[in-house]
Design a protein around this ligand. Sequence first.
Ligand SMILES: Nc1ncnc2c1ncn2[C@@H]1O[C@H](COP(=O)(O)OP(=O)(O)OP(=O)(O)O)[C@@H](O)[C@H]1O
Ligand SMILES: [Mg+2]
Length: 279
Amino acid sequence: MDPEPVIRFDNVGMRYGRGPEVLSDLSFDLPRGSFQFLTGPSGAGKTSLLRLIYLAAKPSRGLISYFGRDAATLPRNELPDLRRRVGVVFQEFRLLGHMNVFDNVALPLRVAGRKRQDYAEDVAELLAWVGLGDKMNALPATLSGGEQQRVAIARAVVGQPEVLIADEPTGNVDPEMGMRLLRLFAELNKLGTTIIIATHDLQLVRMLDAPVMTLSNGHLHIRPPRSERLRMREEAEADRVAAAPAAAAPRSNETRDDDDTTRHPIAEPGDSDSGDGDD
Ligand SMILES: Nc1ncnc2c1ncn2[C@@H]1O[C@H](COP(=O)(O)OP(=O)(O)OP(=O)(O)O)[C@@H](O)[C@H]1O
Ligand SMILES: [Mg+2]
């Protein structure tokens, strides 16, 4: 286990006001440089969990630590600095209506004190990458939902944050653009950014060999990446064979059956949940 994950949840619960717990008993780490998906049905608590992660909400019990420090005792004056290390794509975008697309995207760089002439080219290039090269001067209200979403994504990634939290970042774009945006996130991850993406889009989830956190009724289930599930199964198989060497060789039928169960979850994407019996 990572000695100092970017974020650690330890038995966290959350409720709104005096309502019921919408998240219960969450314990997990986001290791430095990791990439995770967060899925679950509408209302399962994805946005609530992300709000805890970007410190927009407080847990009603349990411990959340950020870069090894207890979030509950972080001095208020350190929060702005911490937030600058985190890029967020909000489910409802939250663009600034009075600023054009370029200025919305450049905002985190401006806030960080960088000069326009130093970042103008990067911002333009990023906007071209997300297909908005010709909309730099447009105001958000004149854009489609998918275009606004891409502005929100560009704003979240432009400063190459240490952590990227994205809430349904491809919910309003076509599958092709969704793939393009996923590539952008994957590139950012390669450069070292820790990423968590909430999505309903299982097609997208299947594109990467990443762990999948699934919320259901406020509880979290974490499925390791496909490659790790395969490795664990191979190790278990090797242990089983080693424990019964005499029986292993002649029982070729049984060996073939086991091979099938090993391959099955990987060969058929729709069947990927069948690999969960082991965790
Ligand atoms: N501000 C709020 N006040 C009270 N209850 C809330 C609030 N926000 C969310 N909830 C409740 O918390 C639960 C989880 O909501 P949340 O928005 O986290 O779900 P979600 O998984 O993001 O859903 P979706 O996929 O529709 O975005 C829901 O039952 C919702 O009604
Ligand atoms: Mg949500």
